[in-house]
Write a protein that binds this ligand. Structure first.
Ligand SMILES: [Zn+2]
Length: 297
């Protein structure tokens, strides 16, 4: 980052106003590091899998994930991390003025645009830098039913060199208003694929079915949201909105994968390989990020 940039909005889960300021790394620790500024004297949190608390539908970071009550946790970091990685930002100090990164429009485009406005800057080497996390052999994680899986494999001949290829197969089964579809994206280091990410992945919003939206509202969640604020898909298609791109849900899943897999290297270590997932969510992405660190560090 060449200079600091601030975004303001509302948290998806908290419905509270929040702001996030992305600073150049400067004298702060290397990598992508976050700190809450609304509570006094909270430690900074590296964006790494060892600091993840897995909760439904979001990625949460905490300096001490085992701490009862998760004091100082920062929720919904995945879209911001996705944009930082796609833009080629390996080092940044992110201040969050609340418990949650603002949802913005449910996509990563506002974050990407802000980061691009600020511009990239070279980060001086400090010694001790580690190389990329290269997937050298296949890892596959499946749930007990075998229907939900995520796998990492080495790049194949047709893949761009040094890419992290993320592919998502969305299949909610018969009866779902969302028909099965896939999305794939080849992410390149150093922001080399940022333009393609901006047009193909970044605009794709958080989504749910209208039945899920009704259930969550009945449980008192998301009452601050209008249908147009997220992509709600009913039997007749999107409610009060239109898909920004064909197959927007699977593309958003790829957006989430990129953000969650960033937690393997915390910004500084790039994953080289191909990750494919089917019917998975954040918990499986976190498990894969952990497996990649354990196997290929
Ligand atoms: Zn998401």
């Amino acid at each position: 980052m060449a200079r600091a940039v601030t975004l303001t909005g509302v948290g998806l889960f908290s419905s509270l106003p929040s702001r996030v300021t992305i600073h150049p790394c400067g004298e702060h620790p290397r990598g992508l590091v976050l700190r809450r500024t609304d509570l006094a004297e909270l430690p900074a949190v590296p964006a790494r899998v060892g600091h993840v608390i897995t909760r439904p539908r979001q990625t949460v970071l905490c300096a001490d994930p085992t701490c009862p009550g998760a004091t100082g946790a920062i929720s919904t970091v995945e879209h911001l991390l996705s944009a930082l990685t796609a833009a080629g930002i390996t080092d940044a100090f992110v201040e969050v003025g609340g418990a949650e990164v603002p949802l913005m429009d449910g996509s990563s485009l506002p974050f990407l645009e802000a980061i691009e406005q600020a511009g990239r800057a070279a980060v001086p080497m400090r010694g001790g830098e580690a190389g990329p996390l290269v997937v050298r052999e296949r890892i596959e994680l499946r749930d007990a039913s075998g229907q939900m899986w995520i796998r990492a494999e080495p790049l194949t001949e047709g893949d761009p060199a040094d890419a992290l290829v993320c592919e998502y197969w969305l299949d909610y089964g018969a009866g779902s208003p969302i028909a099965p579809h896939r999305a794939s994206f080849a992410l390149l280091p150093g922001g080399a694929s940022a333009e393609a990410y901006r047009s193909q992945i970044a605009p794709c919003r958080t989504f749910c079915t209208d039945a899920e939206a009704r259930a969550m509202r009945a449980a008192g969640m998301f009452s601050h949201l209008e249908p147009k604020d997220v992509l709600v898909i009913g039997p007749d298609g999107p409610v009060d909105t239109a898909e920004r791109l064909p197959g927007e849900p699977a593309r958003h899943k790829v957006l989430d994968m990129i953000g969650d897999l960033t937690l393997a290297g915390g910004g500084m270590r790039w994953i080289v390989g191909r990750v494919t997932a089917c019917r998975t969510g954040h918990a499986q992405n976190h498990a894969m990020a952990t497996a990649i660190v354990q196997r290929f560090s």
